[in-house]
Design a protein around this ligand. Sequence first.
Ligand SMILES: Nc1ncnc2c1ncn2[C@@H]1O[C@H](COP(=O)(O)OP(=O)(O)O)[C@@H](O)[C@H]1O
Ligand SMILES: [Mg+2]
Length: 218
Amino acid sequence: MTILKLQNIHYISDNTNIINGINLDINEGECISIVGPSGSGKSTLLKLCSDLISPSQGDLFFKNKNYKEYNPTELRKKISYCVQIPYLFGETVYDNLSYPFETRKEDVNKIKILEYLYKFNLDESYINKDVNSLSGGEKQRIALIRNLIYKPEILLLDEVTSALDKDNLKIVEGIIKDMNKSGTTVIWITHNIEQSKSIFNRKITIEDGIIENEEELN
Ligand SMILES: Nc1ncnc2c1ncn2[C@@H]1O[C@H](COP(=O)(O)OP(=O)(O)O)[C@@H](O)[C@H]1O
Ligand SMILES: [Mg+2]
């Protein structure tokens, strides 16, 4: 089943054409690698897919229904976008990890938060840490947990492992791979394509705001 469809997507900002007519069908359960030179429009493409910005022309469909017909909050719970340089809010790690529960008006599940911290190679001492005291790699993992603690239907990742060392990169890749196996569709902008090749079933190259190449993997 097609979970995400992009139909003739254009995006123009300040009279500059950034996305120049992208057509793309993504099936449920796919794990897609997005590559391409810096400035080619990769991040803009994910922002469009996550409904953070709207196309200047063209339409997006989630499960055959136009984005315009969804309540934006509803869509954002199903489609989760993790940015490269994460923004952590509030004062502590807890402020960030309790947020997904609060926004759904559910009781904060502290046990689940601890489980996820351990899964991401962070111990329980992190829960009360000041967000400003964290390293780049720790921030990236906390932001990932905030996005993943409720399993999204589509996970959009924007170079989210850039600050991770080798061991933590492996851990995070393993978690994403497991999520994909359990049904989450993944679209991932990454430079480490060789290293993580086994995860992906398709590689899409973006250049000058269009799909320059598409390749089935494995
Ligand atoms: N809101 C914006 N207004 C104007 N130009 C933008 C905006 N967002 C991105 N751009 C420009 O669009 C191009 C594509 O950006 P981006 O999608 O971030 O590329 P990538 O992620 O592939 O490096 C870049 O030249 C960037 O400067
Ligand atoms: Mg980018």
